[in-house]
Structures are given as C-alpha cells and as structure tokens.
Design a protein around this ligand. Structure first.
Ligand code: NAD
Length: 293
C-alpha cells in the first residue's frame, strides 16, 4: 500500500519504520525536519508537508499528540484534506478526546472519506517491536482495509464495535491503568513504611486479588453474574481498608486514593449493602450513573 504517515515522534517513527519493513511505500511528514530525516534513513519517503505526504495514498495515518494537532494536520490550512484522494482511508492512531474524534470523522465523512479511530495500547518499546495492541473503531470494511498496516505495527487488533469505539476503549483502558498506578504506589509505600520487604510484598500481592485484579477474579465470579451473596462481605472490606488507613496515617503515608475508596464502601453501607459481596461497589456505581438492569 501507499501510506502517508503524519507524526514521526516517539511512537510514529518506529510505527512508520515497521510499515516500511512490511513492504509498504511510506511517505512521512513531521513538523520537525530531523524526524523526517530519520524516517528517510529508515527507508521511508520524506515529505515537506501533510499535503505532499498524502498525494496518491491509500491510507493516511496520523500519530500526533492531541486533537488540535490532528485537526491541523488533516483539516488545517496546509492540512491533508484538500489533497486526499477520495478513496483514501484516514486512520487516526493518536489518543485524543472521543468527541474530537467524532467531529473529525463527521468533517471527513461529509466528503465521503472513511475514517478509523485506532489508538494503540502498550508502550514505545512495543511500537519498536511491532507488537502494539490496536484498538480499532470503524466499519468492518474500513478496519479490513487498514488491517495489513495494523499487522505491521501491532500483534493484536481488536474491533471495538464500530466508529468511535476504539478511542473510547483506549480512554477507559488508560483510566484503569493510570489510576491503578497511583494505588499501586500507595500500597508499596505503605508496605515499605510498615517495615516490609517490598519485593516480598509484591510477590504476596501478585498471588491475591490485590495483584491479580478484580476484573480477572472477583467480578466474573460475583457481580458480573448478578450474584451479590458475600464471598467477602462489604462490611469487612470497609473495616479492613479502615485499618490500612489508620496504619498509613500513623506512619505519615499519604493514601488519598485509598481514603476515597473507603468512602465508597461507607456510601455502600449507608445504602444497606454492607451484607453484600464487596463487588457490590460496582452495582452501586452503575446505579449512581443511572444505568439499569
Ligand atoms: P511525540 O510528541 O513523541 O510525537 C508527536 C510528533 O508529532 C512529534 O514529532 C511532533 O513534531 C509531531 N507533530 C506535531 N504536530 C504536527 C503536525 N501538525 N503535523 C505533523 N507532525 C506534527 O508523541 P508520541 O509519544 O509519539 O505520542 C503520539 C500519540 O500516541 C499521543 O496521542 C499519545 O498519547 C499516544 N500514545 C503514546 C504512547 C507512548 O508510550 N509514547 C503510548 C500509547 C499512545
């Protein structure tokens, strides 16, 4: 395929390189000339503008910091849109606000231009190895068109369920991993301040729900089956997180996420859920968000 690749940064440069290695003709553009030069060193074609990069492309990939950059690159004064062949498919792999992604799709599809939102999971090391997780949101036909390129950049593509779902899946996934990072830091700091061996604490927690994650253990066993009979009672979870916060407080370990979590258990108990399974937190959250069933 002839591919235009816009945004040759930490992620984009190795992704474009893997497309070149996969036998595609890749015209790369970045506002930083040295990034374009590196793309040329990698066997790609250098372009001096987005417009030049997209000439005759089958696929136009954007991998840019945020929505303003994607809009500028695609729809701005020197943007790609004017030169886009009508048959070209736009694939935005950046992590941007879903509503901005929807607006871009609307602007492009006005001109009957197909678009797939396809942000990536994992890290820049995976980008180098061609082992990204690609979260694709688009029509099945458009995802199939982009699949040969996805196969060069990643080792797993997930069809997230239609236009706009890839970016939403990415945002939810990031929410979970980024918030978990803070809780992980709180727990390991508490372990160390309590005089525990951190490596040992990590090993212990890797063998419990703490490290294995509720999504892989308690949720499928209980709340996702609609079963709130207690395997571990919410009242007891409330007591235990209270103990942990007392220990943290007396050791001067700040635990803001843990403290916020305790209040959710307090709220659930106030709603009469103290005798339910601790995963009833999810049932309560769904109710608070107005979800039914
Ligand atoms: P980066 O800042 O390293 O690269 C972005 C590149 O875009 C830069 O080289 C910049 O010069 C270029 N650029 C900016 N505006 C441009 C324009 N109008 N036209 C052409 N080029 C332009 O960022 P990155 O780490 O490669 O991240 C790219 C996207 O991928 C972001 O949305 C990020 O959130 C997401 N992401 C990053 C990682 C990671 O580990 N770095 C992982 C997953 C997803």
């Amino acid at each position: 395929m002839r591919i235009a690749f816009i945004g040759l940064g930490t992620m984009g440069l190795p992704m474009a390189h893997n497309l070149v290695k996969g036998g595609h003709e890749v015209a790369g553009f970045d506002v930083q000339g040295h990034a374009v030069a590196r793309h040329v060193d990698n066997g790609g074609i250098g372009a001096v503008s987005a417009v030049e990069a997209v000439g005759a492309a089958d696929l136009v990939i954007t991998m840019l910091p945020n929505a303003d950059h994607v809009r500028a690159a695609l729809l701005g004064p020197d943007g790609a849109r004017e030169a886009l062949p009508p048959s070209a498919l736009v694939v935005d792999m950046s992590t941007i606000h879903p509503l901005e992604s929807d607006a871009l799709r609307a602007a492009l599809t006005d001109r009957e231009q197909g678009m797939v939102d396809a942000p990536v999971g994992r890290t820049s090391l995976h980008a180098i190895e061609g082992k990204l997780l690609i979260l694709a949101g688009g029509t099945a036909r458009d995802i199939a068109r982009a699949q040969p390129a996805f196969d060069c950049m990643g080792d797993e593509t997930v069809d997230c369920g239609g236009p706009g779902t890839g970016i939403r899946m990415k945002i939810v996934n990031n929410f979970m991993s980024i918030a978990n990072n803070v809780l992980t830091a709180e727990a390991l700091t508490l372990a160390e301040k309590s005089g525990l061996d951190v490596a040992l604490a990590r090993r212990v927690m890797a063998g419990t729900v703490a490290g294995q994650g509720h999504m892989n253990t308690t949720y499928p066993a209980k709340v996702l089956k609609g079963d709130l009979t207690p395997a571990f009672m919410l009242d007891l979870a409330h007591k235990d997180i209270g103990l942990a916060l007392e220990v943290a407080g007396s050791a001067n370990v700040p635990a803001p996420l843990g403290a916020a979590a305790r209040e959710q258990y307090t709220l659930a108990r106030g709603q009469g859920r103290g005798g339910e399974d601790w995963t009833a937190i999810y049932a309560m959250m769904r109710e608070l968000a107005g979800l039914k069933g």
